[in-house]
Design a protein around this ligand. Structure first.
Ligand SMILES: Cc1cc2nc3c(=O)[nH]c(=O)nc-3n(C[C@H](O)[C@H](O)[C@H](O)COP(=O)(O)OP(=O)(O)OC[C@H]3O[C@@H](n4cnc5c(N)ncnc54)[C@H](O)[C@@H]3O)c2cc1C
Length: 477
């Protein structure tokens, strides 16, 4: 998505753009599996910030809705604790207040204050910090006056920030759980990321018709219409560097092409470690987000007791984060996420059936593991936990099963050690301090995607495409 967005924005600036995709389909992590009438998105399943894609199409004088139909998903996510307590999020304010006050009758004013506070942070962040290319720490810090920096909560943890407004453990746990995808516990990540749950509540959660891949198709179509040349099944083996500048690309089939300007959408650590291997550039490996094991089940019939998005939290989330992120262990009590996209778009499954996607976060693997044994035990644990919550998913009803281990993710998408979401979003890996989208050590080499600025997630990498195009246009001017 980052590469497609960069290609579109560069094309709009008058560049000739060629995109080389190693797989047989574009989309990368946002890929698609089709089997026996079931359609699965491989990675992303939650689409937020639709305005980013509206702006992408508007930049080309088009309307998103002419290419992609977005279906609202509301209520959006239901969180489950092992003791049976649940919390359901919604963009419908009446429903949201009812749900929060059911858990904590006194939390209405806290919820209102949280929404107002995060709305301000969100606006300040997107207007001043997120979408800009910064060249120095000074430029980054002076993007906001000091009193506004204090408001951003970067010096406080996400957990500390949430505790200013809420005291119910489930509410704190649920809103803090977004940290998992950013590579840290809510205790470790900056409080600024309270804008994540806020963004979902304020702007809603969406599913493109046809699944997330419906959005990828729309963006690919736009790129082709604008004249971007796209080659698929074209694996880049090396970025050639001569005299400190990009000289071209070498492909897995032995061919090569001269290029003086290259944007790598392959996750940055892997670009530096593998694609620049022949150069003198030493890879700088940032702290990475966890790996994942993902399951794709085509299920006969409906899965009673579950909506579209469910997150199953452990009893002790702090311990699970510690095991997953600091100790590099599979947590004793597994947090995991389930999406049944056919609940919102029934065309994703044969009539009356269901597409089920399960995501289990795992520590970054140290070495090659016995993935099929681990997958078998994770599946049993997931099914056991589902039945504990009354979600009726009979294993015998699973007609289609596909599994992607961290090794599959690494191989299929070029992910460093299978890290699902790229470089983590700790304080020292955000804004100016994140891997910049220009490789200072190689003239003509740029980056786009989850591990560079502004960060991970479909909307962020799409914004990153615009930012790198602006950077290049300024550099070649
Ligand atoms: C399981 C999972 C669930 C996720 N859930 C969500 C979610 O719900 N919502 C959300 O917004 N985000 C989610 N994300 C994150 C989101 O998918 C990513 O941040 C985003 O898609 C990354 O885009 P990217 O531009 O970095 O490119 P990638 O998706 O990493 O694509 C890189 C492309 O480069 C290609 N490539 C790699 N090596 C080569 C080579 N040598 N030669 C040629 N081509 C090559 C790959 O095939 C791929 O197409 C999820 C990610 C995963 C893995």
């Amino acid at each position: 998505m980052g590469g497609l967005s960069a290609a579109i924005h560069l094309r709009l600036k008058g560049f000739d753009v060629t995109l080389y995709e190693g797989n047989e389909q574009v989309g990368g992590r946002a890929g698609q599996i089709q089997a026996d009438g079931f359609t699965f998105d491989t990675g992303p399943s939650l689409l937020n910030y639709p305005w980013v894609f509206e702006q992408l199409f508007a930049a080309a004088g088009r309307r998103l809705e002419d290419y992609v139909t977005l279906l609202p998903v509301d209520p959006s996510i239901r969180f489950h604790k092992p003791d049976g307590r649940t919390l359901e999020l919604s963009s419908d304010m009446t429903r949201l207040v009812r749900e929060f006050t059911r858990l904590d009758p006194g939390c209405g004013p806290g919820l209102a204050a949280f929404l107002a506070d995060s709305a301000r942070k969100y606006r300040l962040a997107f207007d001043n910090l997120v979408c800009e290319n910064f060249d120095s720490p000074w430029q980054w810090f002076s993007a906001l006056p000091p009193w506004q920096w204090l408001h951003m909560g970067v010096w406080r943890s996400l957990h500390g920030e949430l505790k200013r407004f809420f005291r119910d453990e489930l509410i704190l746990d649920a809103l803090g759980s977004y940290g998992m995808y950013l590579g840290g516990s809510p205790q470790q990540l900056p409080g600024l990321f309270s804008i994540l749950p806020y963004g979902e509540l304020a702007m809603g959660l969406w599913l493109p018709r046809g699944g997330i891949y419906g959005l990828v198709r729309g963006v690919e179509k736009l790129a082709r219409e604008l004249g971007v040349t796209i080659f698929t099944s074209r694996i880049v083996r090396q970025i050639s560097v001569r005299d400190g500048a990009v000289a071209g690309l070498e492909f897995a089939d032995g061919s090569s092409e001269p290029w003086s300007l290259v944007i790598s959408n392959v996750d940055v650590p892997l670009t530096q470690k593998i694609l620049l291997e022949g150069s003198s550039i030493k890879a700088r490996i940032p702290r990475m987000t966890p790996a994942v094991m993902t399951f794709y089940w085509g299920v006969r019939g409906k899965v009673a007791g579950a909506g579209h998005h469910s997150i199953f939290l452990p009893r002790d989330s702090a311990r699970a984060y510690d095991q997953l992120i600091r100790l590099g262990q599979v947590p004793d009590e597994l947090p995991f996420y389930v999406a049944i996209a056919s609940e919102t778009d029934p065309s994703l499954a044969p009539p009356g059936d269901s597409t089920v996607f399960v995501l289990v976060p795992l520590p970054l693997p140290e070495h090659q593991e016995d993935w099929s044994t681990l997958a078998g035990s994770l599946k049993q644990r997931v099914l056991g936990r589902l039945s504990l919550h009354g979600v009726r998913l009979d294993p015998a009803a699973i007609a289609v099963e596909r599994i992607m281990s961290p090794a599959d993710w690494a191989r299929r998408c070029g992910l460093y050690r299978g890290s699902a979401f790229g470089a983590a979003h700790t304080l020292l890996q955000m804004g100016y301090f994140r891997q910049p989208n220009r490789e200072k050590r190689v003239r003509g080499l740029y980056y786009v995607g989850a591990s560079t600025t502004p960060g991970t997630g479909l909307p962020m990498v799409a914004l990153g495409g615009k930012m790198v195009a602006e950077r290049i246009a300024a550099d070649v001017r």
